[in-house]
Design a protein around this ligand. Structure first.
Ligand SMILES: Cc1ncc(COP(=O)(O)O)c(C=O)c1O
Length: 380
């Protein structure tokens, strides 16, 4: 027998998480999980759907009511005009991503991926034998820049991943900047894979989807996970031109068949019910961002200035260590889990990432220990 997959590197976030999971006393700031629980009306909708007998396979593309509600949401929240037929329900944003990568890339094709960027893009891309070309995002705002992208485009480039608001940089670029990126993609006939899973976590600026400028070349990757604190339920969707969505639906049929039926009803309740919790989470993350940034500033420590998503990148140059060694030592000596910047690319290799979605007490104590540690070296 022969195994077709080349060895894939282990995610630098997982490495820390795997150690942290075995130590319950650790203050965990390394992963991006909302500290809230799903709102009661969403939980109830799930249970009710199951009690009412919605426990079966559905159409691969999703139940019609949910696709209609998603079309309405895309118009209301994202300013993107899509019909229900242009939307495919998926088991999470990551599943939408893989499908979109599969649809746009053949082995050996190049795809432009942000640096720093979410490392989980890489596993799916490696499985498709695509060539990842990182493009730099510049601190402190981490906006994608057409001038930095253009020199990296070759005749093999097929797609550009945009992730706004970005993980880990928190970028929310202006509409003018997004339009310039779309113009660049059009000039080189590239697909835009627009990962907008943090679309409702914006603190400053207005999020402009590339789909508003060029719906025919944009595939939007979306999720319920962060917006409704449903990370473990696995519910997402994608939106794009109808012909592309129909083609991807035929692939999804052979990958996940259909998404859990009661879960789709819960998603419908999330979209059509009260949105108070979404606003509350946004307010809380923003408060945490402002508080932690002011502490870091007082301590003379540089950090990102996120306009959205819920992460902070903190400069650890003064530790004299690379971010992976620092993250392991910080976990071992101070009992705090942070994600090493090297897990996200070269640009952030002298930084660590903290999640602002961690509970206040955990975040505050973790940041206190980080500031203290950056002022004193580890014991020899
Ligand atoms: C940038 C980015 N895209 C996509 C996802 C995946 O979302 P989901 O949980 O819906 O698969 C995440 C989750 O952390 C993310 O940070």
């Amino acid at each position: 027998v022969r195994w077709a997959l080349a060895d894939l590197p282990v995610s630098g976030i997982r490495e820390i998480m795997n150690v942290a999971l075995g130590r319950p006393e650790v203050l965990r700031l390394e992963t991006g999980e909302p500290d809230a629980s799903p709102a009661p009306h969403i939980l109830e909708a799930y249970v009710k759907a199951s009690r009412d007998g919605h426990n079966r396979y559905t159409a691969t593309e999703g139940i019609p009511a949910l696709r209609e509600a998603l079309a309405e949401k895309l118009a209301r929240v994202n300013g993107v005009a899509r019909t229900a037929e242009e939307i495919l329900v998926s088991p999470g944003g990551i599943a939408s991503l893989w499908l979109v990568f599969r649809g746009t890339l053949r082995a050996g094709d190049e795809i432009l991926v942000p640096d720093p960027g979410w490392p989980d893009y890489l596993g799916g891309l490696a499985s498709l034998e695509a060539r990842v070309v990182p493009y730099p995002l510049d601190p402190p705002r981490y906006w994608p820049d057409p001038a930095r992208l253009e020199p990296l485009i070759t005749p093999r480039t097929r797609a550009l991943v945009l992730n706004c608001p970005g993980n880990p940089g928190g970028a929310v670029p202006s509409a003018e900047r997004v339009e310039a990126l779309v113009d660049l993609a059009r000039a080189h006939d590239l697909w835009i894979v627009s990962d907008e899973v943090y679309d409702e976590m914006v603190y400053e600026g207005v999020l402009a989807s590339p789909a508003t400028f060029d719906p025919e070349r944009t595939l939007q990757v979306m999720s319920f996970a962060k917006t409704y604190a449903l990370t473990g339920w696995r519910l997402g969707y994608l939106a794009g031109p109808r012909w592309a969505v129909e083609s991807l639906t035929r692939v999804a049929m052979g990958v996940w068949s259909s998404v859990s039926e009661p879960l789709q009803y819960a998603g419908l309740a999330a979209l059509t019910g009260p949105q108070d919790q979404v606003g509350e989470m946004r307010r809380r993350y923003r408060e945490r961002r402002d508080r932690v940034l002011s502490w870091l500033d007082d301590a003379g420590i540089e950090a990102s200035q996120p306009q959205g998503a819920f992460y902070l990148l903190v400069d650890i140059t003064r530790s004299g260590m690379d971010s992976r060694s620092f993250a392991f030592r910080f976990l071992a000596e101070d009992g705090v889990g942070v994600a090493p910047g090297s897990a996200f690319g070269a640009v952030s290799r002298h930084m660590v990432r903290l999640s602002l979605a961690s509970p206040d007490a955990v975040l505050d104590e973790g940041v206190r220990r980080l500031i203290r540690r950056l002022g004193t070296s580890f014991p020899a």
